[in-house]
Write a protein that binds this ligand. Structure first.
Ligand SMILES: [Zn+2]
Length: 255
């Protein structure tokens, strides 16, 4: 059993979420063909609103999201990821309608900041000390009040910089992982590493989920039930804008 558990933990990057008692904002209303809607809602619900099975998550079933412009600080070693992170922030800014920007080199990490994400890159040798388990490869922790995120901490280990998109989706408010048990076409950066469902870049489903979470009708701290009612309304209305439908689900698009 222990061997299995260690293997399992190795596959999972970890996530810590800390919360106290609410606020909100934004744009763009994604929609999806009605035959795919139930699958997508299940996907959205799992990632954004349902408790994960990991040992670290203790959070209420409510919406977690950023409300204001978000500043990202990089540790000195993480500067080598600057180009990748700046590209990611431009895409995420478009999907969320919120400006995400990377602070100038030398900006110190801000603990308990207001709309700040601190990113560290650590050598592989230091991961044992940095993570709760030696088998975890990357980690994201978010703190917020009433569902409104105010500080994020992301730790990427040097050997696993491909964690970046996965951790970015976590830090936007998607705390859980995608572990489908039946047949599904839905792929995600939040599927477990080395599984068929895992994508290295955001899938169209991921992009749609991000745009939906940041829809202006869905507010930080909104309970799961109410959020799902609105999510259903939003995705059933209007033309498909977030991604193009194809026979197998969504065609991958360049964003
Ligand atoms: Zn993860």
């Amino acid at each position: 059993m222990r061997g299995i558990r260690r293997f399992f933990l190795f596959l999972v990057t970890s996530l810590l979420v800390v919360f106290g008692p609410a606020a909100a904002e934004n744009t763009a209303e994604p929609t999806i063909p009605s035959r795919l809607a139930p699958s997508f809602i299940e996907f959205f619900d799992t990632l954004a609103l349902t408790a994960d099975f990991g040992p670290f998550n203790r959070r209420p079933a409510w919406v977690r999201k950023w409300n204001g412009p978000v500043t990202i600080t990089l540790s000195e070693p993480a500067e080598k990821l600057r180009d990748d992170i700046e590209r990611l922030t431009r895409r995420v800014s478009r999907w969320t309608g919120l400006p995400f920007s990377v602070a100038t080199p030398g900006t110190r990490p801000i603990a308990d900041g207001s709309n700040v994400i601190n990113i560290r890159l650590i050598p592989q040798a230091d991961t044992g000390a940095a993570f709760a388990s030696g088998d975890i490869v990357c980690q994201t922790e978010t703190h917020g009040m009433g569902g409104a995120l105010h500080t994020g901490y992301m730790v990427i280990s040097e050997r696993y910089i491909d964690c970046l998109t996965h951790e970015f989706m976590h830090v936007l408010g998607f705390d859980s992982h995608w572990r489908p048990t039946g047949r599904t076409n839905i792929r995600s950066v939040l599927a477990l590493r080395d599984t068929e469902m895992r994508t290295s870049d955001f899938s169209s489903w991921d992009i749609l989920a991000i745009r939906l979470l940041y829809n202006q009708r869905i507010h930080a701290g909104m309970p799961r039930g109410r959020s799902l009612v609105i999510a259903n309304e939003v995705i059933r209305r209007g033309p498909q804008r977030a991604a193009l439908p194809s026979a197998s689900g969504f065609r991958q698009t360049n964003w």
